[in-house]
Design a binder for this molecule. Structure first.
Ligand code: BG6
Length: 518
């Protein structure tokens, strides 16, 4: 087993999408410490800590790995180890294995302190250096800022002043930041200036966890590893594209974060625009980070906003009511939400892409909470066949083929096509051809955070958006946000368990189309 794979820069052109399971043993993190800021937050407890354990359980972390928590709680190392263990048991994807845990827990430490406490950062440094000596983590540190963005500046400054941000010789230092990357274009720039004034751009890993999902990576595999789709993947054949991210939950106790942010900033600016970019981009010359990001950026830069934002956008807020046999609160009644909040819990927009490939093909994006069910999908809907020989026998919407990439749940892809109904008549109806990950592969997909944390430790950046992508995405969203803010009114109410407000249906109806019912 090779232990030192801490940096992949010596292996240019490695194809990350061809990371077959039988070669996985080559993707083992090198000696390193992962420092978690925000250890008591939901994300750290439910996703990050379990993902670290799952990586260890899959043999992808070296014996010389350490996990260091930093926080205000009055915890000892033992308290933190117990907390990590409880979270692993509750949320890890893979089964609990005592010997894996034994090995991992030896390298777990807690540093108590506040972000404004210089001495706490000195203690952090001392702890990391001690781990270098005791566990052979070799001075390689990744700092994961799972904290509110307003604290980024202070933590980055402290890391810099305590000498932790700068790497010497062959050691590395990396910083991981979670979305939201700002609130709009201007704040995103300010945030970036702060982070990049301390860490060089290639040491900054921005997490958009959708890019860590297997099915999202599969968009590129589906498009570029097959001959079947690409010839049709353009304005000559495609009628429109629908990208949906529906959730059946409310804000899930995250009122403090969600209110004032809303559906569009929360997920359209990042997850959905990334899905749009992957769906619409040209084939990159390689899957190296720069090549991949350059193609995504070209698409984002070519996005054309509608002339009339009022008819090409919709927003809503869920009311209280019944959902799946359960009584649920309305957004305004959820704990911590001001009774007059104008934050939207549903948003839909139409954009176009000004390129030869996509001119005239609308991309409809929608995201919402408390909708009919949890589903994220990309539907590429094709034009009808030019000569509808079977018209007399068809249903109304017959003949519009669609390729639907199901990001979650039931990960896979579906092709909708017309087929003859068995019988003596020539009746044709739409049917679906289905590929499901669960049927084709026996192993379950890793969680997005497993993949992304491993990539951070390996120093592999393709799945992390760079700052320019973030800026381009805000440039797309800011005008919609400004338009909505200018309305100064409550978003349109919609019932829980429905598919959003009436204005979203009208948005497509005006174009003579309907939303798919996922
Ligand atoms: C996060 C959003 O980025 O994605 C949340 O902030 C949302 O509001 C979550 O619930 C959904 O993630 P997933 O992986 O469950 O689709």
């Amino acid at each position: 087993m090779s232990a030192d794979h801490g940096d992949s820069s010596a292996r240019p052109g490695r194809n990350l999408l061809r990371d077959p399971r039988d070669r996985r043993l080559n993707r083992i993190a090198g000696p390193s410490s992962l420092v978690l800021f925000g250890v008591t937050g939901d994300l750290a407890r439910k996703k990050l800590v379990p993902a670290v354990y799952d990586l260890a359980n899959r043999g992808l972390l070296p014996p010389s790995f350490a996990l260091v928590g930093f926080g205000r709680r009055e915890w000892t190392n033992e308290d933190f180890v117990a907390e990590v263990k409880a979270n692993v048991k509750a949320y890890a994807r893979t089964p609990f294995d005592e010997s894996v845990w034994e090995q991992l827990s030896q390298g777990i430490r807690f540093v108590q302190g506040a972000f404004d406490d210089e001495t706490a950062f000195k203690r952090l440094r001392a702890t990391l250096e001690e781990l270098d000596d005791q566990r052979g983590t070799r001075g390689n540190y990744a700092f994961y800022l799972s904290i509110p963005p307003k604290a980024f500046e202070q933590v980055c400054r402290q890391l810099s002043e305590s000498g932790l941000a700068q790497a010497e010789n062959d050691k590395w230092r990396r910083v991981v930041i979670e979305k939201p990357f700002g609130h709009d274009l201007e704040s995103a720039r300010q945030l970036n200036d702060v982070v990049e004034s301390v860490f060089p751009p290639d040491a900054v890993f921005r997490i958009d966890h959708y890019l860590g999902k297997e099915t999202v990576q599969n968009i590129l595999a589906l498009r570029f590893a097959n001959q079947l789709f690409e010839p049709l993947w353009n304005a000559n054949y495609v009628d429109h594209v629908q990208i949906t991210m529906a959730e059946d939950i409310g804000t899930g106790g995250r009122a403090g974060y969600y209110d004032g942010v809303g559906a569009a900033r929360d997920v359209i600016q990042n997850h959905l625009l990334q899905l749009l970019a992957l769906t619409a981009m040209e084939e990159p010359i390689s899957f190296d980070a720069d090549d991949l990001r350059a193609e995504k950026e070209k698409v984002l830069a070519a996005v054309k906003l509608p002339d009339d934002l009022s008819t090409h956008s919709a927003r809503g807020q869920f009311t209280g009511g019944w959902q799946g046999g359960e009584k649920v609160l309305g957004y305004l009644e959820e704990e911590g939400i001001p009774a007059d909040s104008t934050t939207e819990t549903y948003a839909a927009i139409r954009v176009d892409i000004n390129t030869r490939r996509w001119a005239g093909v609308p991309f409809y994006l929608r995201a919402g909470k408390r909708l009919g069910r949890r589903v994220t999908e990309i539907a590429v809907v094709f034009k009808r066949a030019p000569n509808l020989l079977f018209r007399d026998f068809a249903e109304d919407d017959f003949g519009q083929n669609a390729v639907v990439i199901r990001v979650q749940p039931d990960e896979g892809a579906t092709i909708r096509l017309g087929s003859k109904v068995p019988g003596t008549q020539t009746e044709v109806r739409d049917v679906t051809m289905d590929f499901g990950y669960g049927h084709s592969f026996t192993e379950s997909s890793p969680e997005a955070y497993e993949r992304l944390i491993l990539d951070v430790l390996l120093g592999e950046p393709p799945l992390f958006p760079r700052h320019n992508e973030v800026e381009l995405s805000w440039k797309i969203l800011d005008p919609f946000e400004a338009y909505w803010a200018g309305l100064d009114e409550q978003p349109e109410p919609y019932a829980p368990g429905s598919w959003g407000p009436a204005s979203a249906t009208e948005l497509l109806a005006r174009d003579g189309r309907t939303w798919r019912r996922p």
